[in-house]
Design a binder for this molecule. Sequence first.
Ligand code: SF4
Length: 180
Amino acid sequence: MLDYEKLISQAKSCGFTEAGPLDVATLEFLPEVRDMCASDRCQSYGKNWACPPACGTLEEMREKVKGFSRGLLVQTVGQLEDDMDWEGMQQAAQDQAESFEKLHDLLLKEYPGLLAMGTGTCTRCKTCTYPEGKPCRFPEKLTYSMEACGLFVSKVCTDNGMKYNHGPNTVTYTACFLLE
Ligand code: SF4
């Protein structure tokens, strides 16, 4: 049984704005979300072990999560000056990446078999080895992108009682950890 009071406190101490329970049964691996990766808007398609095609099929992802029932959902909510506050969005994205790596390292000590799904591609290394055709440098620390897994992030949030949109002049980045 997960100690959510402790997990939420750990998430907040790593810098996350919001944290709460994740019911793994709510996760739906949707081909229409995965298909959006091929348009390569984030420029990670075919460039990272954590993204398609290297991350495997949705069926393989379903197999990977089969052994999990509970996890943790986390968010960074950034405050923006207005809708065009690009710097504010970048800062929130950077905060999310830093908090995610910190919490991932912390949780790995207690849950070495965890599965981490982040906001974008895996950024553990400055450059991923995938395009070089070499193995992942840190397979235990590899984090998948939620979208690459076919997860409709706003639905994952609402299905788990967490807001996806925190109101005007905010930007929200979401990630999750499957723990037990
Ligand atoms: S840990 Fe490094 S090599 Fe492995 S997927 Fe992440 S960025 Fe690529």
